[in-house]
Design a binder for this molecule. Structure first.
Ligand code: A2P
Length: 352
């Protein structure tokens, strides 16, 4: 269905995730015969350097997907809603980073290390949804434990970076740092408030039950990815002034018992995560160290003393929001449709 050297399109190529798509396609040497870059009218005509080639950013339109085999979307919900179905109609496999289709029962919601098996049954062009960044990062760490003993309840507190709100939010945080040094008033165009030296509730809409959308996504997406409507999840999602890696404090209640030692053994073997848990040196996952790498860092692994022995565990994780939380996960999905990509990757360094 998809050739071994597909034509790939990036929708939202000038954004934070779009730029990361480019960097990961290059570092993983994703085989392709052509790469096409799309954004809005604002940045059409921009020239982007890709592996020594100059690529032109084009304005997205209804004909953009003619001849394209795989489209990686990260231009927001409205663009996905309008152009996702057009791309599929044109014969294109769409991996969508927005929340637009995630809860559609006909759309797979995939973290390859967790439920990548659902991709095996896909035989024709369709939309595949990339989960929310906080969900991906949490589930990378806890799914191996869920597989082992079943997780009954998960309590999450997030510490979310600027990147989740896009490149402009990252620039605003950097601008506020410069404004602080210069003694200028803060620019507050994105969040409408001081972000530097501050912590505030996630900027998504709050529903009548008091949960914001980000918190609700953690519940609904976890249930869908695990295909488990019983798991209980509650979350408090917060923005902290870091640039591109989220942290999450996670408390788990298990169905069956699991000792801390067995949890460590399981986590040490799990793909895509790295244990950083040095109690003596007080070295645990930090966003600075999680930034720019593929693995999600997992630490502060400890039995929850408020629960029966073996029934609860605490973790602290940090993962690059733009990378595993968005672009890398989407590209790993796309790789499942291009067997040649896996071969190339096996012969190259997976990490940059
Ligand atoms: P543009 O640079 O033209 O605004 P981020 O999430 O970092 O804010 O990036 C959003 C990405 O989505 C950018 O590449 C942006 O392009 C793109 N984008 C926003 N609106 C549209 C649109 N209507 N059509 C195509 N691309 C869009």
């Amino acid at each position: 269905m998809i050739p071994s050297d597909p034509v790939i399109a990036i929708v939202g190529a000038t954004g934070a995730v779009g730029e990361e798509f480019l960097s990961i396609l290059a570092s993983r040497r994703f085989p392709h015969r052509q790469l096409r870059l799309f954004a809005s009218k604002r940045s059409a005509g921009t020239v982007v350097d890709f592996q020594g080639r100059k690529l032109l950013v084009e304005e997205l339109n209804e004909d953009s997907f003619d001849g394209v085999h795989i489209a990686l979307f990260s231009a927001g919900k409205n663009v996905s809603k309008q152009y996702g179905p057009i791309a599929v109609q044109a014969g294109c496999m769409v991996v969508d980073n927005s929340s637009c289709f995630r809860m559609d029962p006909d759309v797979p919601l995939v973290v390859p290390e967790v439920n990548g098996d659902v991709l095996a049954s896909i035989t024709k062009p369709c939309i595949i949804a990339n989960p929310n960044c906080s969900t991906i990062i949490a589930l990378m760490a806890v799914s191996p434990l869920h597989r082992a003993v079943g997780i009954e309840r998960m309590v999450v507190a997030t510490y979310q970076a600027a990147s989740g709100a896009g490149a402009a939010a990252m620039r605003e945080l950097e601008t506020q740092a410069r404004e602080f040094v210069a003694g200028f008033a803060y620019t507050t165009a994105i969040f409408g408030r001081q972000y530097l030296f501050n912590v505030f509730s996630h900027n998504s809409a709050i529903g009548p039950d008091g949960y914001n959308e980000e918190e609700r996504k953690l519940l609904l997406e976890t249930r869908k990815i695990w295909n488990d409507q019983k798991v209980r999840v509650t979350a408090t999602c917060v923005r902290v002034p870091t640039l591109r890696a989220h942290c999450e404090a996670i408390n788990l209640t298990f169905r069956d018992s699991l000792s801390e030692a067995d949890a460590r053994t399981i986590l040490a073997k799990a793909p895509g995560i790295r244990i950083v848990d040095d109690r003596a040196a007080n070295r645990f996952p930090e966003p600075i160290e999680a930034s720019g790498i593929d693995d999600v860092l997992v630490g502060r692994i400890r039995a929850d003393i408020s629960q029966e022995p073996g029934k609860g565990l605490d973790l602290f994780v940090s993962g690059d929001q733009i990378r595993k939380g968005a672009a890398l996960n989407a590209i790993q999905i796309a790789e499942r449709f291009v067997p040649a990509a896996a071969g190339v990757r096996a012969g190259s360094a997976a990490r940059t």
